[in-house]
Design a protein around this ligand. Structure first.
Ligand code: FAD
Length: 459
């Protein structure tokens, strides 16, 4: 009788999960676990999602005869102890492709090997293993388009079915004390999330199906925040409730310019992981060292106004309020709010990135780092620093009727379309809303450019 352990991490699904398939093939019985290591890390939107996603996965597993155990503790202690007590031959995981987590896997594999237990890591989170794609001179790509050109031909996929049955064994005696469950946030500040989201594999697949029906409109409408034109798959992809390869295959089957654009966006996710793996310091350090010399502003009051949607710039405030309510923000608006913080306000991108990591249900180290460094101008293949998004022009262009602004800023609902994007321009001062932007747009832009000009060029 061969026994194995399946350790779920960010692959909270049964279908199209190569690691789980391998585990089922390799053993007669499995112990299915999730290790909750972040109990003391504070409340985050991602954790609120995780709680529901695990509930959904548990129910799916129970339907096919298995049981998921959620355990508390440090995985580096819990997993080897479990493997020893259960007499398991192997521990199976999906690779995370985050440098710190991968280094930990390596340490754990070595520790397990000393006890005669194998650690089997399978791919599934990405379509391109970061080390497999290099330029002609064997260096990593720093620019997205050539990366995509090199990586994309390898993206072919036939989705695998979920196991029909799961033969599971129970926790070894003495280990029951580790059983836990993830508590609901107190008070229930996450309730707005569940008006728009349902975590779990089934809902991820349904979201993909619904999106495919609108795929042809994706290239034309994906930048309009008032329109439900993008897939909204990001939290499902982050938690591995659906594989990127499945989304790819479904889009390829559908075809057309919508599919092409959508696959390129999945490509940005691949590129974000690629950059993170080749430049692990990019999560905290400016990729471009010139940005180390910028005189960043430290202003808690401004940062607070930005976080809570009180800057007086309607598109920025609408985005920040959508983020707070739904745990998500439209991509175009993410760029605008990030630009306002880093350029107009002159606050370092890491302050914004850390707020996003707390408040986004799709908070993802790789994608978030790439997004922030790109907007700030400090990253690989970044927007040039002198490109300062004008939030009013963006709002007029991508939300001309002000539908997105009215949805998130009740104070501005009565303003007409010509006033709503920049109420201070016409002297409209809506009750309860800042009379003018905390940082004037023209001044903020000029100061941002001066700030960079003053930064010494690295030798
Ligand atoms: P779609 O347009 O339907 O795209 C499909 C998928 O492609 C997305 O789910 C996502 O996985 C991937 N994708 C799309 N655009 C990007 C991109 N620019 N970079 C990387 N992957 C992309 N995305 C996150 O998943 N987590 C984050 O923490 C995150 N932080 C960001 C921070 C900033 C400042 C910016 C500018 C962007 C950030 N993004 C992040 C990228 C992007 O905004 C979201 O992936 C996208 O808005 C999710 O919506 P969607 O699923 O409807 O996207």
């Amino acid at each position: 009788m061969s026994r194995g352990i399946y350790w779920f991490r960010r692959d909270l699904r049964l279908a199209d999960n190569p690691a789980l398939e391998r585990a089922c093939r390799s053993h007669d019985e499995l112990l299915l676990v999730y290790v909750d290591e972040a109990r003391d890390a504070g409340v985050t939107a991602g954790r609120a999602w995780l709680r529901r996603s695990l509930d959904s996965l548990s129910a799916d597993i129970a339907r096919i005869g298995g049981r998921l155990h959620v355990l508390a503790g440090s995985a580096e202690r819990v997993i080897p102890a479990l493997a020893g007590a259960a007499g398991a031959e192997a521990v199976h995981v999906s690779a995370l492709h985050e440098p710190a987590a991968d280094a930990r896997d390596l340490r754990m594999a070595q520790a397990l090997a000393r006890d005669g237990v194998a650690m089997r890591r399978s791919a599934g989170r990405l379509m391109t293993e970061p080390e497999m794609v290099l330029s002609k001179v064997s260096t990593p790509y720093r620019v997205f388009t050539p990366f995509l050109k090199a990586a994309r031909p390898g993206w072919r996929h036939r989705p695998r079915a979920a196991p029909e049955r799961l033969a599971c064994f129970g926790l070894p005696s003495g280990m029951q004390r580790l059983q836990t469950s993830i508590a609901a946030p107190e008070p229930d500040w996450d309730r707005g999330f569940w008006e728009v989201w349902t975590p779990g594999e089934r809902h991820a697949q349904q979201r993909l199906e619904r999106f495919l029906e609108r795929l042809d409109a994706y290239p034309g409408e994906r930048d309009c925040p008032a329109v439900e034109a993008t897939s909204r798959l990001s939290p499902h992809l982050h938690f591995g409730e659906i594989s990127p390869a499945r989304a790819l295959e479904a889009a390829q089957r559908r075809g057309g310019p919508g599919a092409d654009k959508f696959i390129a966006e999945l490509g940005w996710r691949e590129f974000a992981y690629y950059v993170l793996n080749h430049w692990p310091d990019s999560t905290t350090e400016n990729f471009n060292p010139r940005f180390d010399g910028i005189d960043w502003r430290h202003d808690e009051a401004w940062l607070d106004a930005w976080r809570h949607g009180r800057t007086g710039v309607p598109l920025v405030d609408a985005g920040m309020r959508q983020l707070w309510h739904e745990g998500w923000m439209h991509n175009r608006v993410r760029m605008v709010v990030a630009s306002y913080l880093t350029k107009h306000m002159g606050i370092h991108w890491s302050s914004g990135a850390s707020w996003f990591m707390h408040t986004l249900v799709d908070a993802d180290l790789a994608n978030n780092t790439l997004g922030w460094q790109w907007v700030a101008g400090s990253g690989v293949d970044a927007a040039p620093y002198h490109r300062v998004f004008n939030p009013v022009a963006q709002s007029r262009r991508f939300d001309p009727a002000g539908a997105y602004l009215r949805r998130w800023l009740p104070e501005l609902r009565r303003l007409d379309d010509s006033e709503i994007h920049a109420p201070w321009e016409t002297g409209a001062s809506p009750h309860g809303y800042p009379a003018r932007p905390i940082v004037d747009l023209a001044t903020g832009r000029a100061e941002a450019l001066e700030r960079l000009a003053r930064a010494p060029k690295p030798a």
